[in-house]
Write a protein of this length. Structure first.
Length: 323
């Protein structure tokens, strides 16, 4: 099979597309013939080995999983002994932030893992980006305990996390103010937000307004800058560690003050969330935003584009062509 392989932490040039031996499904596993994957923040972090904290999970000196791609969409090519909930030929999508493997033409995943049947009428390219950004967004929304009618500002409303967060918040019944470049106003308004702030013309931290939650989906602001936007007891939650790892530290300190506080939730990977997102996609209440796609052979270019930090939604990798 063809696969994008890396054996040392570093830049996109460390990724090589080459022939590799396909995996064999063990008891309770599916062998998935992969048609589409993505390059996202999780993949980029594991490729670079930065922040170095990720090496506690990926390998201290060298990566243990040499084929990245935490998201995938494809069809079940084979099943291991004991598999009862999936059948050969079934179209599936999912997420694996431990074994990865989506940047190859085949991967294996437990039938009880983060895998589900592809929503009807969805292509593989459309299904591949369903989980990664949304599961970070879900962790942030649930950590902040957002409820119906609460006022939430989302900074970075067009990224993979931000575009998912906005849609999930609207589904929840929150009143959403979205911060993005004005060029993408129509896209964000289509999600059903209450207000769009164009950061190229207006500093959102200077708004004469307050919010129950400020969700920084790109990690480009800080609690210090956003504090004035928070109502009494308001919450700031960021997708990034922040300068000098301040966000995890503030998440420990600020709750003791019983005023405005910081949350830094760690996502929990559960199949229930994949099924939840599957339902929202089927009902039309959530759709992953796709910026562009690349064939597997151009995966280096995909990594380089994602690393710039200006993508809109998700970048899809076409692992193989649909015939």
């Amino acid at each position: 099979m063809r696969a994008a392989v890396y054996r040392h932490y570093g830049p996109p040039s460390f990724v090589h597309v080459e022939d590799a031996s396909p995996p064999v499904p063990e008891t309770g596993e599916l062998l998935v013939r992969v048609f589409a994957s993505t390059v996202n923040r999780t993949d980029c972090g594991f490729l670079s080995g930065k922040p170095r904290l990720v090496r506690l999970f990926s390998g201290l000196l060298a990566p243990r999983a040499t084929i990245l791609g935490c998201e995938f969409a494809g069809e079940v090519a084979d099943i291991g002994a004991g598999v009862g909930s999936f059948t050969v030929g079934q179209r599936v999508f999912g997420y694996n932030g431990v074994k990865f493997g989506g940047h190859a033409q085949y991967l294996t995943i437990s039938e009880t893992g983060l895998v589900a049947e592809l929503p009807p009428r969805l292509s593989y390219d459309e299904a591949a980006p369903i989980v990664e950004g949304a599961h970070y967004a879900l962790a942030m929304i649930r950590g902040a305990k957002v409820t119906v009618g609460q006022r939430v500002l989302v900074n970075g409303a067009t990224g993979a996390i931000g575009s998912a967060a906005v849609q999930l918040l609207v589904h929840l019944g929150a009143r959403v103010t979205a911060v993005c470049a004005g060029a993408h106003r129509a896209l964000v308004e289509s999600f059903g937000v209450d207000r769009v702030v164009d950061y190229t013309h207006e500093d959102f931290t200077a708004l004469d307004d307050t919010f129950d939650v400020v969700l920084d989906a790109v990690g480009k602001s800080s609690f210090g800058r956003c504090r004035r936007l928070l109502s009494p007891g308001g919450i700031y939650v960021s997708s990034e560690l922040g300068a000098l790892w301040q966000n995890p530290v503030l998440a420990l300190i600020t709750p003791l003050l019983r005023k405005k506080r910081v949350l830094f939730p760690i996502p929990k990977d559960t199949r229930a969330d994949v099924l939840f997102l599957q339902g929202l996609v089927e009902s039309g209440e959530f759709r992953p935003v796709i910026d562009r796609s690349y064939p597997l052979e151009q995966i280096r270019e995909a990594y380089e584009y994602v690393a710039v930090g200006q993508k809109i939604g998700n970048v899809v990798i076409r692992v193989r062509e649909v015939t």
